[in-house]
Ligand binder design. Sequence first.
Ligand code: PGA
Ligand code: ZN
Length: 421
Amino acid sequence: MHHIANLSAFEILDSRGRPTVEARCTLAGGASARAQVPSGASTGRAEALELRDTDAARYGGRGCQQAVANIEGPIAAAVRDSGWTQQSLDAALIELDGTSNKSNLGGNAILSVSIAFARACALERTMPLYLYFGELIGVQPTRLPRLTVNLFSGGKHAGGQVPLQDVLVVPAAATTVAAGLEHVVATYDAAAELIGDRYGVRRLTADEGGLAPPFPSVAAMFDDAVASIESAGLTPGTDMALAVDVAASHFFDGTSYHFGDKPSSSAELIETLADLATRYPIVSLEDGLAEDDWTHWPSLRSRLAPRSLTLGDDLLCTNPERITRAIETRACDALLLKVNQIGTLSEAATALRLAREAGWRVTISARSGETEDDWLADLAVGWSGDQIKVGSINQSERLAKYNRLLAIERETGWPVVAWPN
Ligand code: PGA
Ligand code: ZN
């Protein structure tokens, strides 16, 4: 039990210059910690609600003053001067909110309190945050996640010049985070030079730092990625694999997918993606179909396996009910876990447990609107993520997480998970 003495909060700005929330939790023993929460752009329909002020005159209606007021008002009143575990606090926050999507108090208000409390507890117990997170799920971590790093972007993260959202590089041969980052930076630099030559643009980047030149086609994104790996002196598929976030919900009109020259059916898109996965060293393919195209996800998974993981982001929304449905229907075989999609650590832990029990791989992911807070790196280690996805290597809100991973690597000496294998 940890006694909460006080909660406070204020509005801060995320990496897109949009408001988000920082909360501080002070325990009766004096330990005090803060947490900042991120915000998505390529969001799933089933996500917890980020509470935004309706005042269009402030930040285009994106203010978080009400979320802040909810922390300092009803949430503080309900939890102050009492003892909590992470589970009991999260349960109390869920009950106080009383809605299925946290629309009353706001997912942003609730999650910032959940994580600030976690940090304060770890501090009180003088334990690293990653071990506290591990303890929450009853696991002693022993390894570090493999990096999946945005190289090229399109879709909602880059003004839609191509429909595909992200091509990521996966340093498959590196056995440490440090070596992985070295390979990724070499590839990124080679890619920046290549697109300068090929498209006449230098380092135009998308929300998560991926390079975003005017690719003429999706195939060009992959050809350029492979060429960049080679020009960095690495072997595609062996030293450096690829991962993809198709984010298909965002080019689906309810009937057809707008991915190529003409609209495609689900079956046609599956064939296009399966063909890409054969031609390029793609080890993980995220949101290959729209979030509610449940009937076609199982055939996507069976077309991709065992070459590539079928990873669900918008499809699953880190939501235990949706994950259960995906397990039952064999819709995918890997979970993209974003804590703010569901809103508390405890519910995200349930999502993780379900995925693990089904034998799935797990990617722990940041959002496209991030902050300089680095708790996600501790979470990815503590929850033994197979992969971590936090964006590219050229913006400090992303590097905060990579640099924290480097610190954890130095502290623990744990190996990077052998993946893909
Ligand atoms: P976000 O999504 O923009 O909602 O953070 C990133 C992703 O699709 O993985
Ligand atoms: Zn995604």
